[in-house]
Design a protein around this ligand. Sequence first.
Ligand code: FAD
Length: 308
Amino acid sequence: MSIEDKNFEQAVESFRGQMSGRVEERVLMKRYTTFRIGGLCELMVFPKETSELMSVIEYCEKHGLPWRVIGRGSNLLVIDEGLNEVVINVQEGLNRFEQRAEELVWAEAGIKLNRLVKLCSDIGLAGIEFCAGIPGTLGGALRMNAGAEGKEISDLVNWIEFYRYPEGRFIRKRQELRFEYRELHLNPKEVILSAELKLVKDKPENIRERIKRNLKHRRETQPVAYPSAGSVFKNPPGGYAGKLIEELGLKGMRIGDAQISELHGNFIINRGRAKAKEVLELIKIIQERVQREKGINLELEIELWEKR
Ligand SMILES: Cc1cc2nc3c(=O)[nH]c(=O)nc-3n(C[C@H](O)[C@H](O)[C@H](O)COP(=O)(O)OP(=O)(O)OC[C@H]3O[C@@H](n4cnc5c(N)ncnc54)[C@H](O)[C@@H]3O)c2cc1C
């Protein structure tokens, strides 16, 4: 038994002793990514409360165990060889929601965006409809500065609460946060616990109408019937990655079960048993062709999770 195996075994015992949430060993990451791709991870924990999340991180930090946080895994490509670390899954707990003032809501990081959009529309609060159909959590959306239709989640943020070991919990106001296109700059040890969002009043029926329109538009323009991780590349300044890929005739290209969507050039879909390796081969082909023929460097929007 290696030192690492022993460390993980001790961690399992400790987490099971102190958490009410699930603790699972040797979990297939493909079960927790929307791409349905990813090898085994040593340990996945599902904290039910912020206090459990914090004690897991504290344990990992004190015992030198690497860890990461996952929401709904909808922006991730996890390698086939898997991960040698503790993955902290916030999507089953940490999903409380409150209306804090007439136009202010607060929600925990694990809440699903679709649920958040619905809860807001039910109380007549608008502005977050562009998130309808984005299959992530609030925490993941903040970390990625998720956006659609020219809007970004950063537009709504009043403040975000974080946890970092050993400092503890702290709040950063909007003006202290560094948001960019599809990114919130964070120290890798900082975890988003919750956020307060500023919305605007509108009639629930108007909001629902916009949500319906947005979802219809997604169904018409994105390959929602297949597993994917959304847009693979960030749009380059002044252009669209999907359009460049289409212009090069790459739509429909397939390696194994990974295929560049015929509907949207910036999506790679999993047609069954796609491997991360196949997706990475397609990514390489796209990047090389776009660089060679258009002189543009396409940057990844999806995050690649490899062994560290
Ligand atoms: C069909 C489809 C459509 C999509 N459409 C869009 C779109 O229109 N616009 C868009 O922007 N994106 C889109 N995406 C991508 C993705 O859904 C978003 O980026 C989403 O916000 C990611 O949330 P998540 O919970 O799945 O994060 P994950 O994929 O689980 O994680 C993404 C990153 O966030 C970090 N993270 C997650 N939770 C926390 C936390 N609590 N604290 C700190 N870090 C955290 C993770 O460690 C990781 O680095 C789409 C994806 C799919 C599959």
